[in-house]
Ligand binder design. Structure first.
Ligand code: SIN
Ligand code: CO
Length: 378
Protein backbone atom coordinates (compact mmCIF):
# COMPACT_ATOMS: atom_id res chain seq x y z
CA UNK A 1 0.00 0.00 0.00
CA UNK A 2 1.44 3.37 -1.03
CA UNK A 3 0.69 5.12 2.29
CA UNK A 4 1.85 2.33 4.62
CA UNK A 5 5.10 2.78 6.58
CA UNK A 6 7.73 0.37 5.22
CA UNK A 7 10.22 -0.85 7.89
CA UNK A 8 12.76 -1.56 5.10
CA UNK A 9 12.67 2.18 4.33
CA UNK A 10 13.06 3.19 7.97
CA UNK A 11 9.31 3.81 8.25
CA UNK A 12 8.93 5.96 5.10
CA UNK A 13 5.90 5.23 2.97
CA UNK A 14 6.45 4.03 -0.60
CA UNK A 15 4.91 7.28 -1.82
CA UNK A 16 7.33 9.43 0.24
CA UNK A 17 10.37 7.36 -0.79
CA UNK A 18 9.45 7.58 -4.48
CA UNK A 19 8.76 11.31 -4.31
CA UNK A 20 11.85 12.32 -2.32
CA UNK A 21 14.60 9.77 -2.94
CA UNK A 22 14.03 7.35 -5.83
CA UNK A 23 16.40 8.35 -8.66
CA UNK A 24 16.99 11.66 -6.84
CA UNK A 25 19.20 11.42 -3.76
CA UNK A 26 20.86 8.88 -1.45
CA UNK A 27 19.19 7.61 1.72
CA UNK A 28 20.87 5.89 4.65
CA UNK A 29 18.56 3.67 6.69
CA UNK A 30 19.95 2.41 10.00
CA UNK A 31 18.58 -1.02 11.00
CA UNK A 32 16.50 -1.37 7.83
CA UNK A 33 16.52 -5.16 8.16
CA UNK A 34 16.63 -7.19 11.34
CA UNK A 35 16.80 -10.94 11.97
CA UNK A 36 18.51 -11.93 8.73
CA UNK A 37 18.45 -15.68 9.21
CA UNK A 38 20.16 -17.73 8.02
CA UNK A 39 23.01 -15.41 7.09
CA UNK A 40 24.87 -16.26 3.91
CA UNK A 41 28.51 -16.57 4.76
CA UNK A 42 31.69 -17.04 2.78
CA UNK A 43 31.33 -20.85 2.70
CA UNK A 44 27.88 -20.57 1.02
CA UNK A 45 29.15 -17.94 -1.43
CA UNK A 46 32.14 -20.13 -2.34
CA UNK A 47 29.79 -23.03 -3.15
CA UNK A 48 27.83 -20.77 -5.51
CA UNK A 49 30.96 -19.26 -7.08
CA UNK A 50 32.20 -22.66 -8.36
CA UNK A 51 28.98 -23.26 -10.34
CA UNK A 52 28.84 -22.52 -14.07
CA UNK A 53 25.19 -21.39 -13.91
CA UNK A 54 26.14 -18.63 -11.44
CA UNK A 55 27.92 -15.38 -12.34
CA UNK A 56 30.72 -14.51 -9.93
CA UNK A 57 33.77 -12.24 -9.75
CA UNK A 58 36.79 -11.83 -7.53
CA UNK A 59 38.28 -8.33 -7.21
CA UNK A 60 41.69 -7.86 -5.57
CA UNK A 61 43.87 -4.85 -4.98
CA UNK A 62 47.40 -6.19 -4.83
CA UNK A 63 50.85 -4.72 -5.55
CA UNK A 64 49.26 -1.33 -6.40
CA UNK A 65 47.06 -2.83 -9.10
CA UNK A 66 43.46 -3.88 -9.51
CA UNK A 67 42.84 -7.51 -10.47
CA UNK A 68 39.58 -8.99 -11.71
CA UNK A 69 38.86 -12.70 -12.15
CA UNK A 70 35.56 -14.10 -13.39
CA UNK A 71 34.01 -17.36 -12.17
CA UNK A 72 33.27 -20.20 -12.15
CA UNK A 73 36.22 -20.74 -9.77
CA UNK A 74 38.03 -23.91 -8.76
CA UNK A 75 37.54 -24.55 -5.02
CA UNK A 76 41.33 -24.41 -4.60
CA UNK A 77 41.31 -20.75 -5.75
CA UNK A 78 39.82 -19.75 -2.39
CA UNK A 79 42.63 -21.43 -0.43
CA UNK A 80 45.16 -19.07 -2.01
CA UNK A 81 43.50 -15.86 -0.87
CA UNK A 82 45.31 -13.47 1.47
CA UNK A 83 43.88 -12.27 4.79
CA UNK A 84 42.87 -8.85 3.42
CA UNK A 85 42.07 -6.72 0.34
CA UNK A 86 39.81 -8.84 -1.83
CA UNK A 87 36.06 -9.14 -2.53
CA UNK A 88 34.10 -12.09 -3.90
CA UNK A 89 30.87 -11.05 -5.63
CA UNK A 90 28.08 -13.47 -6.58
CA UNK A 91 25.23 -12.33 -8.80
CA UNK A 92 21.51 -13.34 -8.57
CA UNK A 93 21.77 -15.26 -5.29
CA UNK A 94 17.95 -14.92 -5.16
CA UNK A 95 17.80 -17.56 -7.93
CA UNK A 96 19.31 -20.14 -5.64
CA UNK A 97 18.28 -19.46 -2.03
CA UNK A 98 14.58 -19.00 -1.15
CA UNK A 99 15.13 -16.74 1.87
CA UNK A 100 17.27 -14.41 -0.24
CA UNK A 101 14.51 -14.33 -2.89
CA UNK A 102 12.01 -13.47 -0.12
CA UNK A 103 14.20 -10.53 0.85
CA UNK A 104 14.36 -9.31 -2.77
CA UNK A 105 10.56 -9.46 -3.17
CA UNK A 106 10.22 -7.24 -0.08
CA UNK A 107 11.31 -4.43 -2.41
CA UNK A 108 7.95 -4.69 -4.16
CA UNK A 109 7.32 -0.97 -3.63
CA UNK A 110 9.22 -0.81 -6.96
CA UNK A 111 7.56 -2.66 -9.89
CA UNK A 112 8.94 -6.15 -10.63
CA UNK A 113 9.73 -4.96 -14.19
CA UNK A 114 12.45 -2.75 -12.63
CA UNK A 115 13.87 -5.23 -10.10
CA UNK A 116 16.92 -7.09 -11.31
CA UNK A 117 18.62 -9.25 -8.73
CA UNK A 118 20.22 -9.57 -5.32
CA UNK A 119 24.00 -9.81 -5.51
CA UNK A 120 26.05 -10.74 -2.44
CA UNK A 121 29.65 -9.78 -1.87
CA UNK A 122 31.95 -11.02 0.87
CA UNK A 123 35.09 -9.13 1.86
CA UNK A 124 37.71 -9.40 4.61
CA UNK A 125 39.18 -6.13 5.99
CA UNK A 126 40.40 -3.87 3.19
CA UNK A 127 38.22 -5.62 0.59
CA UNK A 128 36.78 -3.18 -1.94
CA UNK A 129 35.81 -2.94 -5.60
CA UNK A 130 37.10 0.65 -5.62
CA UNK A 131 35.35 3.97 -6.08
CA UNK A 132 32.88 3.64 -8.96
CA UNK A 133 29.36 4.25 -10.02
CA UNK A 134 26.62 2.06 -11.41
CA UNK A 135 24.17 2.97 -14.14
CA UNK A 136 21.23 1.70 -12.08
CA UNK A 137 19.73 2.31 -8.63
CA UNK A 138 21.03 0.13 -5.83
CA UNK A 139 20.26 -0.62 -2.18
CA UNK A 140 23.42 -1.73 -0.31
CA UNK A 141 22.54 -3.75 2.78
CA UNK A 142 25.27 -4.64 5.27
CA UNK A 143 25.09 -8.19 6.61
CA UNK A 144 27.64 -9.19 9.22
CA UNK A 145 30.88 -7.23 9.72
CA UNK A 146 31.30 -3.54 9.08
CA UNK A 147 31.92 -1.51 5.91
CA UNK A 148 32.84 2.13 5.45
CA UNK A 149 30.88 3.70 2.60
CA UNK A 150 31.86 7.00 1.08
CA UNK A 151 29.71 8.70 -1.52
CA UNK A 152 30.14 11.68 -3.78
CA UNK A 153 27.83 13.77 -5.94
CA UNK A 154 30.72 14.54 -8.33
CA UNK A 155 29.80 14.36 -12.01
CA UNK A 156 31.10 11.74 -14.44
CA UNK A 157 33.27 14.35 -16.19
CA UNK A 158 35.01 15.41 -12.93
CA UNK A 159 35.84 11.88 -11.84
CA UNK A 160 37.76 10.28 -14.72
CA UNK A 161 38.74 6.60 -14.85
CA UNK A 162 41.91 4.83 -13.70
CA UNK A 163 43.87 3.81 -16.82
CA UNK A 164 44.42 0.13 -17.58
CA UNK A 165 42.26 -1.16 -14.73
CA UNK A 166 40.17 -4.27 -15.55
CA UNK A 167 37.12 -2.61 -13.98
CA UNK A 168 35.86 0.98 -13.99
CA UNK A 169 37.56 2.74 -11.06
CA UNK A 170 37.07 6.48 -10.56
CA UNK A 171 40.37 8.37 -10.57
CA UNK A 172 39.49 11.58 -8.72
CA UNK A 173 36.92 10.41 -6.18
CA UNK A 174 36.51 12.84 -3.27
CA UNK A 175 33.96 11.80 -0.65
CA UNK A 176 31.36 14.26 0.50
CA UNK A 177 29.69 11.87 2.98
CA UNK A 178 31.07 8.91 4.95
CA UNK A 179 29.27 6.30 7.04
CA UNK A 180 30.13 3.00 8.71
CA UNK A 181 27.44 0.43 7.98
CA UNK A 182 26.82 -2.38 10.44
CA UNK A 183 24.59 -5.43 10.19
CA UNK A 184 21.09 -4.41 9.02
CA UNK A 185 22.04 -0.88 7.87
CA UNK A 186 21.20 -0.03 4.27
CA UNK A 187 22.22 2.70 1.84
CA UNK A 188 20.11 3.62 -1.20
CA UNK A 189 21.93 5.23 -4.14
CA UNK A 190 20.42 6.65 -7.33
CA UNK A 191 22.05 5.77 -10.68
CA UNK A 192 25.46 7.30 -11.40
CA UNK A 193 26.08 8.30 -7.77
CA UNK A 194 29.76 7.70 -7.02
CA UNK A 195 30.40 5.31 -4.10
CA UNK A 196 33.32 3.58 -2.46
CA UNK A 197 32.91 0.80 0.10
CA UNK A 198 35.81 -0.67 2.09
CA UNK A 199 35.32 -3.57 4.52
CA UNK A 200 36.50 -2.79 8.05
CA UNK A 201 35.54 -6.20 9.44
CA UNK A 202 34.81 -9.39 7.46
CA UNK A 203 31.23 -9.17 6.24
CA UNK A 204 28.84 -9.05 3.36
CA UNK A 205 26.98 -6.53 1.26
CA UNK A 206 23.67 -7.55 -0.24
CA UNK A 207 23.11 -5.35 -3.33
CA UNK A 208 19.54 -5.06 -4.50
CA UNK A 209 19.96 -3.94 -8.10
CA UNK A 210 17.49 -2.58 -10.62
CA UNK A 211 17.09 -2.92 -14.36
CA UNK A 212 17.64 0.12 -16.50
CA UNK A 213 18.30 -0.99 -20.10
CA UNK A 214 20.05 1.52 -22.34
CA UNK A 215 18.13 3.13 -25.18
CA UNK A 216 20.44 1.32 -27.62
CA UNK A 217 19.76 -2.09 -26.04
CA UNK A 218 15.99 -1.45 -26.09
CA UNK A 219 16.12 -0.37 -29.73
CA UNK A 220 18.18 -3.43 -30.74
CA UNK A 221 15.86 -5.82 -28.94
CA UNK A 222 12.71 -4.07 -30.18
CA UNK A 223 13.95 -4.37 -33.79
CA UNK A 224 14.52 -8.11 -33.24
CA UNK A 225 10.97 -8.36 -31.83
CA UNK A 226 9.53 -6.49 -34.85
CA UNK A 227 11.43 -8.77 -37.21
CA UNK A 228 9.97 -11.85 -35.49
CA UNK A 229 6.39 -10.56 -35.51
CA UNK A 230 6.22 -8.52 -38.72
CA UNK A 231 4.31 -9.72 -41.78
CA UNK A 232 4.22 -7.36 -44.77
CA UNK A 233 2.40 -8.29 -47.99
CA UNK A 234 3.47 -7.69 -51.60
CA UNK A 235 6.63 -7.27 -53.68
CA UNK A 236 8.40 -4.39 -55.27
CA UNK A 237 6.89 -3.69 -58.70
CA UNK A 238 7.56 -1.03 -61.39
CA UNK A 239 5.16 -1.35 -64.32
CA UNK A 240 5.84 2.37 -65.11
CA UNK A 241 9.62 1.96 -65.16
CA UNK A 242 11.21 4.55 -67.43
CA UNK A 243 14.56 4.19 -69.12
CA UNK A 244 17.57 5.38 -67.04
CA UNK A 245 20.58 7.02 -68.67
CA UNK A 246 22.75 5.62 -65.84
CA UNK A 247 21.73 1.99 -65.21
CA UNK A 248 24.02 1.84 -62.13
CA UNK A 249 21.99 4.47 -60.30
CA UNK A 250 19.40 3.61 -57.60
CA UNK A 251 16.65 5.92 -58.80
CA UNK A 252 14.66 8.36 -56.62
CA UNK A 253 11.51 6.59 -57.91
CA UNK A 254 12.75 3.27 -56.50
CA UNK A 255 13.67 4.88 -53.15
CA UNK A 256 10.25 6.55 -53.02
CA UNK A 257 8.36 3.33 -53.62
CA UNK A 258 10.41 1.39 -51.07
CA UNK A 259 9.88 4.20 -48.56
CA UNK A 260 6.14 3.62 -48.98
CA UNK A 261 6.56 -0.13 -48.47
CA UNK A 262 8.64 0.37 -45.31
CA UNK A 263 6.19 2.95 -43.96
CA UNK A 264 3.86 -0.01 -43.44
CA UNK A 265 6.09 -1.09 -40.55
CA UNK A 266 4.02 0.33 -37.73
CA UNK A 267 3.85 -0.11 -34.01
CA UNK A 268 1.75 1.22 -31.20
CA UNK A 269 1.68 0.94 -27.41
CA UNK A 270 0.24 -2.54 -27.69
CA UNK A 271 3.27 -3.66 -29.78
CA UNK A 272 5.64 -2.09 -27.24
CA UNK A 273 3.80 -3.66 -24.27
CA UNK A 274 3.96 -7.05 -25.99
CA UNK A 275 7.68 -6.57 -26.68
CA UNK A 276 8.35 -5.58 -23.06
CA UNK A 277 6.40 -8.55 -21.67
CA UNK A 278 8.67 -10.91 -23.60
CA UNK A 279 11.91 -8.96 -23.20
CA UNK A 280 11.63 -8.27 -19.46
CA UNK A 281 10.73 -11.86 -18.60
CA UNK A 282 13.36 -13.41 -20.90
CA UNK A 283 15.84 -15.37 -18.74
CA UNK A 284 19.51 -14.33 -18.90
CA UNK A 285 21.79 -16.59 -20.95
CA UNK A 286 23.02 -18.72 -18.03
CA UNK A 287 19.54 -19.26 -16.48
CA UNK A 288 17.92 -22.67 -16.93
CA UNK A 289 14.79 -24.13 -15.36
CA UNK A 290 14.75 -27.58 -13.81
CA UNK A 291 11.78 -29.70 -14.88
CA UNK A 292 10.37 -31.86 -12.03
CA UNK A 293 12.36 -35.10 -11.65
CA UNK A 294 9.29 -37.26 -11.18
CA UNK A 295 6.46 -35.23 -12.76
CA UNK A 296 2.84 -35.68 -11.71
CA UNK A 297 0.33 -36.43 -14.47
CA UNK A 298 -2.30 -33.72 -15.04
CA UNK A 299 -4.91 -35.36 -12.76
CA UNK A 300 -2.40 -35.81 -9.94
CA UNK A 301 -1.23 -32.21 -10.51
CA UNK A 302 -4.78 -30.94 -10.00
CA UNK A 303 -5.36 -33.24 -7.00
CA UNK A 304 -2.13 -32.03 -5.37
CA UNK A 305 -3.27 -28.42 -5.76
CA UNK A 306 -6.80 -29.16 -4.52
CA UNK A 307 -5.47 -30.77 -1.35
CA UNK A 308 -3.94 -27.54 -0.02
CA UNK A 309 -0.51 -27.27 -1.68
CA UNK A 310 0.26 -23.78 -2.97
CA UNK A 311 1.61 -23.27 -6.48
CA UNK A 312 4.71 -21.06 -6.23
CA UNK A 313 6.81 -19.50 -8.94
CA UNK A 314 10.28 -20.96 -9.30
CA UNK A 315 12.92 -18.59 -7.89
CA UNK A 316 14.16 -17.91 -11.45
CA UNK A 317 10.69 -17.36 -12.98
CA UNK A 318 9.53 -13.92 -14.09
CA UNK A 319 5.77 -13.50 -14.58
CA UNK A 320 4.63 -10.04 -15.68
CA UNK A 321 1.48 -8.64 -17.24
CA UNK A 322 0.67 -5.86 -19.65
CA UNK A 323 -3.00 -4.95 -19.74
CA UNK A 324 -4.73 -8.35 -20.02
CA UNK A 325 -1.74 -10.23 -21.42
CA UNK A 326 0.64 -12.36 -19.33
CA UNK A 327 4.26 -13.22 -20.03
CA UNK A 328 6.36 -15.89 -18.38
CA UNK A 329 10.08 -16.41 -18.97
CA UNK A 330 10.02 -14.82 -22.42
CA UNK A 331 6.76 -16.41 -23.63
CA UNK A 332 3.25 -14.99 -23.99
CA UNK A 333 0.49 -16.99 -22.29
CA UNK A 334 -2.97 -17.18 -23.90
CA UNK A 335 -4.97 -16.56 -20.74
CA UNK A 336 -8.80 -16.81 -20.92
CA UNK A 337 -10.60 -13.57 -19.96
CA UNK A 338 -12.47 -15.29 -17.14
CA UNK A 339 -9.21 -16.04 -15.30
CA UNK A 340 -7.45 -12.68 -15.68
CA UNK A 341 -8.07 -11.58 -12.09
CA UNK A 342 -6.60 -14.87 -10.83
CA UNK A 343 -3.52 -14.55 -13.07
CA UNK A 344 -3.02 -10.94 -11.92
CA UNK A 345 -2.95 -12.09 -8.31
CA UNK A 346 -0.66 -15.04 -9.11
CA UNK A 347 1.85 -12.70 -10.83
CA UNK A 348 1.81 -10.13 -8.00
CA UNK A 349 2.04 -12.60 -5.09
CA UNK A 350 4.15 -15.18 -6.94
CA UNK A 351 2.04 -17.93 -5.35
CA UNK A 352 -1.56 -19.15 -5.49
CA UNK A 353 -3.84 -21.53 -3.68
CA UNK A 354 -6.30 -23.71 -5.57
CA UNK A 355 -9.16 -21.91 -7.35
CA UNK A 356 -11.85 -23.04 -9.76
CA UNK A 357 -10.27 -22.10 -13.09
CA UNK A 358 -10.95 -22.77 -16.79
CA UNK A 359 -9.47 -25.88 -18.37
CA UNK A 360 -7.27 -23.60 -20.55
CA UNK A 361 -5.63 -22.12 -17.44
CA UNK A 362 -5.17 -25.53 -15.84
CA UNK A 363 -3.49 -26.73 -19.07
CA UNK A 364 -1.20 -23.67 -19.11
CA UNK A 365 -0.31 -24.20 -15.46
CA UNK A 366 0.41 -27.86 -16.01
CA UNK A 367 2.59 -27.30 -19.12
CA UNK A 368 4.62 -24.64 -17.31
CA UNK A 369 4.95 -26.93 -14.26
CA UNK A 370 6.50 -29.53 -16.60
CA UNK A 371 9.01 -26.87 -17.75
CA UNK A 372 9.97 -26.11 -14.13
CA UNK A 373 8.48 -22.58 -14.15
CA UNK A 374 6.59 -23.23 -10.89
CA UNK A 375 6.15 -26.01 -8.39
CA UNK A 376 4.08 -26.99 -5.33
CA UNK A 377 4.90 -25.95 -1.81
CA UNK A 378 3.06 -27.46 1.13
C1 SIN B 1 30.33 -4.34 -2.81
O1 SIN B 1 29.52 -5.25 -2.57
O2 SIN B 1 31.28 -4.08 -2.09
C2 SIN B 1 30.12 -3.49 -4.03
C3 SIN B 1 28.72 -3.30 -4.39
C4 SIN B 1 28.52 -2.04 -5.21
O3 SIN B 1 29.16 -1.04 -4.99
O4 SIN B 1 27.70 -1.99 -6.12
CO1 CO C 1 28.32 -0.14 -6.97
Amino acid sequence: MKDQAIPLLGGLTAEAFLAEYWQKKPLLIRQAVQHLDPIIDFSVLKQLAVRDDVESRLVEYRADRWHLEKGPFRPSRFQRLPETDWTLLVQSVNHHLPHIADLLWRFDFIPYARLDDLMISYAPPGGTVGPHFDSYDVFLLQVGGKKRWQISAQSEAELGLVDDAPLKILKSFVADQTWELEEGDMLYLPPKYAHYGVALEPGMTYSIGFRAPSAQELANQFLVHLQDHLCLEGHYADPDLSWQANPAEISPAMVGQIAQMLAKIEWDHHTIGDFLGRYLTEPKAHVFYDPPEDPLDEDAFLACWQTGNALVLDLKTQLLSYQNSFYVNGEKLEVPNKDIVWWTDFAAKRRANYADLSIETVNLLYDAYLCGYWQFQN
